[in-house]
Every structure is written in structure tokens, then in C-alpha cells.
Ligand binder design. Sequence first.
Ligand SMILES: [Zn+2]
Length: 182
Amino acid sequence: MNAIIHLATGFGIALTIIDAQSPKACTLHTTGLAVAGFAAGIIVHALLDYAPHCYPVNSRVDFISSLILLGVLIVTARKQYRLLLCCCLTGSVLPDIVDLLPAIVNKQLGWHLPVSRTPLFPWHQQIYSGSVYSGDCGVSNLNTGMVLAAVTGIVLLKRKGLRAIFSLKISTIYKKPRAGRK
Ligand SMILES: [Zn+2]
């Protein structure tokens, strides 16, 4: 499945975890939550790759947009959630980074990075992968649509998590006592 879709699921996982925790719990248990989010990202990646899928996004566009999205999300997140968000996002794309990134970089940039013939993650092997080779992407489109609908639903329902990750910066600024005011 396209990396940008995997990233979207990683964001959904981060949002679900952060929404379920208080800011204090997120701060106290950041490492444990980050490890859980990282593992959840890999598991969801596996499920998506086992399911029948095509690649609706061109590989170059997918590569560049995923890189930009990853950077923007991590840089704009509040510092206390950055590790957790980073782990959920990287977990969701790690299998592709390990097994597929060298070949993609070689193709896009003309480099000659070593490429392993046997993927480390079994769902990237042809016999286990749900990659559709027949060109009939009906089921894939349905799967992709359901995944994106689920992530959209999470974003809409987990607004507390969304505000915690990005918007509290603004409210914190507003809460600062004004100089000279008693
Ligand atoms: Zn994959």
C-alpha cells in the first residue's frame, strides 16, 4: 500500500493514544506509549499489506508527499507529544523504509544503494503480499476507502487529541499572564 496511506494510519494511532490519555499521563509514560504506538504502527502496516491493494498514488509523488507530511506533522507537534507521534508515524512506515526505500531512492535519485532480494518483512514477499497484479483494483479501492474513512472518523472524533498535539501551543500563549497586570 502507498506510504502516504500508512502514514495516515500512523497518525490515527497517535491520535487515538493521545486522546485516551491525560496530558500528564502522556508526559509520564511517553516512552511506553511510544513503544506501543510504534508496535501498533507495524501491526497495522502488516494488515494493510496483507489485504488486497493497488497503488493509487504514483511512487514519486508518494515518496515526496510522505516525506513532507512526516516532517510537517513532527515539526508542528507540541514538544511533549513529538516522540510519541514520531514513533507512531515511523512504525507505520518502517517496513517500507527497510524493505523498499533503497530501491525507491535508487530509482528516484539514480543512486546505487544495496537492495536486499529477500524482504525482511514477510508481507512484502510476493506470496504473502496483497499487491494486486491483475489490474483489477475494485477491492483495493474499497479497502483504501475504508482505511481513509476510518482515519477521518478518528480525526473527527478524537478532537481532544488533535488539540493536545497541535493547538495547545496557542491556548498556552493565551494563558500567559500579561506583563504589568495584577
Ligand atoms: Zn509495506
